[in-house]
Structure formats: structure tokens, C-alpha cells
Design a protein around this ligand. Structure first.
Ligand code: IPM
Ligand code: MG
Length: 363
């Protein structure tokens, strides 16, 4: 079986972290019998520079035609002056939208060896293992009308629209319940139902879906409280379900609990389980090209790809185990470095994962 992959390195540190993920993929191919062929494409600023658009037609065609997409990161200060619809971020948002990738999975897992890197006290994060399921193709990110309009008085007004259809809420809720079923069977739906009608409907639909999952314990929480609980007692959560914007914000907060956003992978899935896999962190232009970036979030995104889109759960576990080993060895990129650790560059980290994979195979 040959899987078709699309590789989109993007901007900033994107190319260097994706290069390490590709090393890993090559080893899986040649030594673990993982059949794939990969095409490379342009997205974000890198695509704008060549084609004048952050999501060129050719990239979209390749994305539609493959089984899974691996993306580095998009964005950079040099594009801030571009018109909004040509900014790198629009390439990513367009890809999510065009592929119908409505379910965004963002795990926040604490590796015990990194507890000291967490912004919280070690006893608060010990055992942290939560999954944020963020709705990704609706809500205020895509609602119409949107724009900046000018009133007769000359005063300008910015407008965005928050709206969700029942069907949009229902499908992402089902994804979250399905995931909860494979974990600790606790789902907390996060909304702002004390203020927003959209949230009222969100709650109602989530409750309706819950009837099909009697084993899952469902709770609801307002987003402000959820933000507080995440930094107060994060291990109370198993699966968090929330909308596009709340999910954007809460997932960055959750990332910091694990020590470094440089460790966190993500999956964005559509109804056919085709997926876009990308690290949660951005393009980090300030450190691009210096060998300082942590490639583990991208490598762990490959593990998610193996699990969720390519039906290779065993290889996913092998890869996750290999990453755990590298951390146990004490190798650290600067974002997770603490005194006494061994400093590693982006490439050294990737090489170490490759070695750990091979060692794991011999055992
Ligand atoms: C994320 C990012 C994106 C988002 C940006 C780059 C458009 O912050 O994936 O969380 O807001 O969704
Ligand atoms: Mg974000």
C-alpha cells in the first residue's frame, strides 16, 4: 500500500523542521516497510513570493489528491504589509476550509522529563494528558459578513460574524465524543452560553449528540472559567471540545503547560479522515535558519498522521516512543533546555529520533 503525501514546508522555521520529519519518513519507508510517495508544494509566504498567492491552485490540487498533508508553518514579518487576503495565514485557512478539515485535534501531553520546563509547578502538571478538539472551518474565522466598513461620518467599523449551523456543531461534537471513547471518556464542552446565542445552540446540540455516547461523561464550562481552570488544575481535563476561536486561544495556553509549544503536534481532519498535520507553533522567523527550532512537534505530527489518516497505529506508537527516548537521553533544543541537559540542534534532534527508531526496532 502506497500512501500519497503532500509536504508543505512553508515559511520561517517550516523548511528546517519539515526536513527532520522527512528524515523520519524516509527511515520508516526503508526500514519499517511504510509505503509512501511524497510531493512538495508551496504555501504561505513562500507561495506568495513565487505565485503571488498564499494558496496556489497547484497546491490545492495536490492537497485534494493526496491522503494526508504535512505542513511546517506559515507567516513572517515581511508579509504584514500584504493585503489581508494575500497574507500567508490565508493560505493555511484556505487549505483548512477547502479540504473541509473541521476537526482540529490538539493534544497537550506532558513528558515527565520536561516537567521543569512547564510554566506551572511540577505538581500541577504531573500526568497532564489532554486533548483539545477545536472546530476549524466555521465560527468567527469564516462568518459573513466580515470586513471593515466606513460610515457616512467617516468613522470605520470592523465586522466579523460568529455563527454555527447545527450540522457544523454536530459533526465536530461527534469527533470529540469518538475521541473521548478512546481515552478516559470525559468530555468538557467549552462555550460562552451565558452571553452568546451561538453557544446556547452549541450546548443544546452537544447534549443531543451525547445521547449516542452514554459512556462518556459530558460537562460544560464557560470559556473564561476554562482558561482559568487550565492554569489552575489542568489535569482535571480529558477531552475539551470548543469552537474555532476559543480553541485557538485555549490551545496556546494548554501548550505552555507542557513546557514548550515546540513539542505539540496537531491533526485537522475532514469527514473522510483525510488530514492536515502541522505543529501547533508558528513560523518563528526570529530563529529561522539557525538550527535552533525544535523539530519534535512536526515529528509528532507525523505520528498523528500515521494514526489518524494512514491507519498505521503501530508505527505511530514506535515514533512516539522514539521521541520519548530522545527526551530521556537528555537531548534538548533551546526551547526545552534546562541546566544539565545536552544541547541539540534541529538536525541533531531529528538524527536522534532516527537512531531511537532503529534501536526500538532491534528490541
Ligand atoms: C493556529 C494559528 C492559526 C489560527 C493562524 C496562523 C491563522 O494561530 O493554528 O492556531 O488562528 O488558526
Ligand atoms: Mg493559534
Amino acid at each position: 500500500m502506497t500512501h500519497k503525501l503532500l509536504i508543505l514546508p512553508g515559511d520561517g522555521i517550516g523548511p528546517e523542521i519539515v526536513a527532520e520529519a522527512l528524515k523520519v519518513l524516509q527511515v520508516l519507508k526503508h526500514e519499517f516497510d511504510f509505503g509512501f510517495e511524497a510531493e512538495q508544494g508551496l504555501i504561505g509566504g513562500a507561495a506568495f513570493d513565487v505565485d503571488g498567492h498564499p494558496l496556489p491552485r497547484a497546491t490545492l490540487d495536490l492537497a485534494r489528491d493526496c491522503d494526508a498533508v504535512l505542513l511546517g508553518a506559515v507567516g513572517g514579518p515581511q508579509y504584514e504589509a500584504c493585503p489581508r487576503e494575500l497574507r500567508p495565514e490565508r493560505g493555511l485557512l484556505g487549505l483548512r476550509y477547502e479540504l473541509g478539515l473541521f476537526a482540529n485535534l490538539r493534544p497537550a501531553l506532558l513528558y515527565p522529563r520536561l516537567a521543569a520546563a512547564s510554566a506551572l509547578k511540577p505538581e500541577l502538571v504531573a500526568g497532564l494528558d489532554l486533548m483539545i478538539v477545536r472546530e476549524l472551518t466555521g465560527g468567527i474565522y469564516f462568518g459573513e459578513p466580515r470586513g471593515i466598513r466606513t460610515h457616512n461620518s467617516g468613522e470605520r467599523e470592523g465586522v466579523n460574524t460568529l455563527s454555527y449551523r447545527e450540522s457544523e456543531i454536530e459533526r465536530v461534537a461527534r469527533s470529540a465524543f469518538d475521541i473521548a471513547m478512546c481515552r478516559d471518556k470525559r468530555l468538557c464542552s467549552v462555550d460562552k452560553a451565558n452571553v452568546l446565542e451561538v453557544s446556547e445552540l452549541w450546548r443544546e446540540v452537544v447534549q443531543r449528540v451525547a445521547a449516542d455516547y452514554p459512556q462518556v461523561q459530558l460537562t460544560h464550562m464557560y470559556v473564561d472559567n476554562a482558561a482559568m481552570q487550565l492554569v489552575r488544575a489542568p489535569t482535571q481535563f480529558d477531552v475539551l471540545l470548543t469552537d474555532n476561536m476559543f480553541g485557538d486561544i485555549l490551545s496556546d495556553a494548554a501548550a505552555q503547560l507542557t513546557g514548550s509549544i515546540g513539542m505539540l503536534p496537531s491533526a485537522s481532519l475532514n469527514a473522510e479522515r483525510k488530514g492536515l498535520y502541522e505543529p501547533v507553533h508558528g513560523s518563528a522567523p526570529d530563529i529561522a535558519g539557525k538550527g535552533l527550532a525544535n523539530p519534535l512537534a512536526t515529528i509528532l505530527s507525523v505520528a498523528m498522521m500515521l494514526r489518524y489518516s494512514l491507519n498505521e497505529p503501530e508505527l505511530a506508537v514506535r515514533l512516539q516512543t522514539a521521541v520519548g527516548r530522545v527526551l530521556d537521553q537528555g537531548l534538548r533544543t533551546p526551547d526545552i533546555y534546562a541546566r544539565g541537559d545536552q544541547r541539540a540542534s534541529t538536525a541533531q534532534m531529528g538524527d536522534a529520533v532516527v537512531l531511537a527508531l532503529r534501536e526500538g526496532q532491534r528490541e
